[in-house]
Design a protein around this ligand. Structure first.
Ligand SMILES: [Zn+2]
Length: 334
């Protein structure tokens, strides 16, 4: 009976995880359990209007089946302004008709679904999910690295999500670790960003140069490393060094107690985490007395669902968390 009452009181929300290639939509309960889920390619090539239609259609399907849904959370690739619920010309959303410009995504979707919609940066959402239910659950200072096409980062400091100024998200994947390195072009147009070495895509691009075969995928190279192929092992050794150097920079800035790896390339963590740990311990050698700055390095336990669960988290919160905006004397119009 008590069980039944609890189920009745359970809240259900609709969550989205929108990327440049795929979108996941799901119904999630207040405990973070995914009750139903669908993943499909985003119709990016058909332009902005078609994608918005797609999002509305997917959402309506679930709302018809789960009428208890009262609110919606959307984790999306950025840049975006979570407080205003707008996309700011997102880098990965472009088609023949051009880039998207500024899109008031939360209000557009809210009209389509007749529910309030909260928008959040996808890496921030993944961080919130890890802090809520995942590997960062027991830590008030944590960082997440999503290793996929890019290098996404999210930070929780003293229990609060860290925002950059002007409602922006800290794009820590674009710190430059090797200025002017022409071998490391980054999606942002610069050279030598952390992302240009550490995203799954960057790893594959760089590692391929060690082989005569330009068709090799990241997974192929990981499989070769597991068979002790020396070229593949050398590629992962280089990767671990660059990862440790980057993490050192993050540790001195944010002092996370745990760093969680997620994204498709985190599947190769068995090939780089040990060496990353070894190099990072060396780099932080003088920062371990008093407060031990060496963070735990962990792989996400939420599989591929951190973005979706984070979307649900912001829907349940009914608002944007972190980076409290206080009234300032600035004359600049908000
Ligand atoms: Zn960059």
């Amino acid at each position: 009976m008590a069980q039944k009452a609890q189920t009745k009181g359970e809240e259900q929300v609709l969550a989205y995880d929108l990327g440049g290639t795929k979108v996941a939509v799901g119904v999630v309960n207040s405990k973070g359990k995914i009750l139903a889920e669908i993943r499909e390619p985003v119709v990016i090539d058909q332009g902005k209007k078609a994608v918005l239609e797609q999002l509305g259609k997917l959402g309506r399907q679930f709302i018809n089946k789960y009428p208890k849904i009262k609110s919606v959370g959307m984790a999306s690739a950025g840049p975006l302004d979570p407080y205003k619920g707008i996309l700011l010309d997102p880098t990965n959303f472009a088609s023949k008709e051009g880039t998207w410009g500024i899109v008031p995504l939360a209000s557009i979707l809210s009209k389509k679904l007749k529910r309030p919609v909260t928008l959040e940066n996808d890496a921030a959402a993944a961080m919130l999910a890890e802090h809520w239910l995942g590997a960062a659950k027991k830590f008030n200072n944590a960082m997440i690295l999503t290793l996929g096409t890019g290098l996404g980062t999210g930070i929780i400091s003293n229990g609060e999500l860290v925002r950059a100024g002007q409602h922006m998200h800290p794009e820590a994947g674009h710190i430059i670790i090797n200025y002017g390195d022409r071998t490391a072009p980054c999606g942002c147009g610069n050279f030598g960003c952390a992302e240009a070495y550490l995203s799954g895509r960057s790893f594959t691009r760089r590692a391929r140069q060690r082989f005569a075969n330009p068709q090799l995928t990241g997974k192929d190279i990981a499989d070769l490393a597991r068979k002790r192929d020396p070229r593949a092992l050398a590629a992962f050794e280089e990767y671990a060094e660059q990862m440790a150097a980057t993490l050192n920079n993050y540790v001195v800035l944010y002092a996370p107690e745990v760093i969680v790896f997620t994204g498709s390339f985190a599947d190769a963590a068995d090939l780089f985490l040990k060496n990353t740990q070894r190099h990072l311990e060396k780099l932080l050698e003088r920062r371990r007395a008093g407060i031990d700055m060496m963070p735990k390095l962990m792989v996400s336990t939420l599989n591929n669902n951190a973005g979706l669960i984070g979307g649900a988290y912001v829907a349940l919160q009914k608002g944007v968390r972190g980076g409290q905006v206080l009234k300032s004397k600035s004359k600049k119009k908000a």
